[in-house]
Design a protein around this ligand. Structure first.
Ligand SMILES: N[C@@H](CCC(=O)N[C@@H](CS)C(=O)NCC(=O)O)C(=O)O
Length: 231
């Protein structure tokens, strides 16, 4: 049975900007699994009520439902162990888990400060008030105040990316010679920005830029073909 993948969408349903959902889109492509691509807006909670919570991504696989990008990746790798692996063994999985918290703590925050107003502008009209009130409560300030000046924000991001930049001098992908879930964890953050923001996050000479280009070319360029600003 085809997997159902519930993904977060903007005002234009083709705009898929959730970093956590991008991890799972990449994981599904990596494993070569067929899936129904189901876009939902922030305030469309009813279609995922079966999952018992309100966040995306969610997948439904037969009568099994899984939410949370990490749990979905672990599920897919276990349920479809004969397909290309997202984690090459338990040690790789544990190290990926460390990477997950680095990406969420450092990289997501740096990117969010650059693109938060662009995210707001890309949302469906019905989602805007919800996004503003939930995010402003979480951040403790208006979106416009949280947003950083571009030059400063790009420098902050560059500093946050140092571990990836250094590692990519030795290997083409974070996972080694070929991409796997570690790469999708970081790549999701870049696709978040690419979907909604005109800000140029990376210098063309940056090894992270070259890596992101390689990532955009995966799966016959499928990530590059998704709606995005192309920066
Ligand atoms: N830890 C979760 C986080 C999920 C999450 O925060 N999803 C966001 C989109 S990136 C969401 O669905 N937000 C909906 C909302 O805030 O109502 C994961 O990795 O999947």
């Amino acid at each position: 049975m085809t997997i159902q993948f519930y993904d977060l969408a903007g005002g234009d349903l083709n705009v898929r900007f959730s970093p956590n959902c991008w991890r799972i889109r990449m994981a599904l492509w990596h494993k070569g699994l067929d899936f129904d691509d189901i876009p939902l807006r922030f305030t469309d909670k009813e279609p995922i009520a079966f999952s018992g919570q309100k966040l995306l991504p969610v997948i439904r696989d037969g009568n099994r439902s899984v939410h949370d990008s990490w749990d979905i990746a672990v599920y897919l790798d276990g349920a479809y162990a004969e397909k290309p692996r997202l984690f090459n063994g338990s040690q790789a999985m544990a190290l990926c888990n460390v990477l997950r918290f680095w990406v969420q703590g450092s990289v997501h925050r740096a990117i969010q400060r650059l693109i938060i107003v662009d995210i707001f502008n890309a949302l469906d009209q019905r989602d805007k008030a919800y996004f503003r009130s939930t995010r402003e409560a979480r951040l403790g300030m208006p979106l416009e105040q949280f947003r950083v000046a571009t030059a400063e924000g790009v420098q902050e991001l560059k500093a946050a990316l140092t571990p990836a930049r250094e590692a990519l001098q030795y290997q083409p992908f974070l996972s080694g010679p070929a991409p796997a879930f570690a790469d999708y964890l970081l790549f999701g953050a870049f696709m978040w920005a690419r979907a909604v923001s005109p800000v140029r996050l990376l210098d063309h000479g940056d090894p992270v830029y070259a890596w992101r280009e390689r990532m955009l070319d995966l799966f016959d360029g499928a990530p590059r073909k998704m709606a995005g600003r192309g920066v």
